[in-house]
Write a protein of this length. Structure first.
Length: 134
C-alpha cells in the first residue's frame, strides 16, 4: 500500500518536472505551432521506467518529428529530473502519444450531431420511446 502511494507521488512529481523541462528543450523537431501537453506519467514498481503520456493539438504531420525530438531529448530530461528530484534511481523515460483528448472531442462532436439531427426530426431528446396516445 505504501509503495503504491509512493509511486503515485513520484508519478505526480515527474509529470510536473517533465512539463517544466519541456519548455527548456531546444530541438528543431518540436513544432513551433500546436500545443504539447503532458497528461500522465506511469512509473514501474521498481522505477526502472516511466511511460510519459502526452497529447498534441496541431497538425498531425508534425507528430513524427515531435516523437523523434522527445526521444532524442530523453537524456536531457533525465539530467534535469536528477537535478530537481532526489530519487535513488531516475527511471528511463518512454514518451507515448495519448490520443484520449482527441477521441473525447470526436465523441462530443458525434453526440452534438445526434442532438442536432434529433431536434431536426422533432424528437424529444430522451432515450426511451415517445409516449403514445392513451
Amino acid at each position: 500500500m505504501a509503495k503504491r502511494h509512493r509511486r503515485e507521488r513520484v508519478e505526480d512529481l515527474l509529470l510536473e518536472v517533465v512539463s517544466e523541462v519541456f519548455r527548456k528543450v531546444k530541438d528543431p523537431g518540436i513544432p513551433s505551432e500546436g500545443l504539447v501537453s503532458f497528461m500522465k506519467v506511469e512509473v514501474a514498481n521498481d522505477l526502472g521506467y516511466a511511460d510519459v503520456k502526452y497529447s498534441y493539438l496541431g497538425d498531425d504531420k508534425n507528430l513524427e518529428d515531435l516523437q523523434a525530438a522527445l526521444d532524442r531529448s530523453k537524456g536531457f530530461f533525465r539530467r534535469e529530473i536528477n537535478r530537481v528530484v532526489r530519487l535513488r534511481k531516475i527511471p528511463e523515460l518512454r514518451f507515448q502519444l495519448d490520443r484520449s483528448m482527441e477521441k473525447g472531442s470526436e465523441i462530443l462532436t458525434l453526440l452534438e450531431k445526434v442532438r442536432t439531427d434529433d431536434a431536426k426530426r422533432g424528437g424529444t431528446g430522451t432515450d426511451g420511446p415517445e409516449p403514445g396516445p392513451g
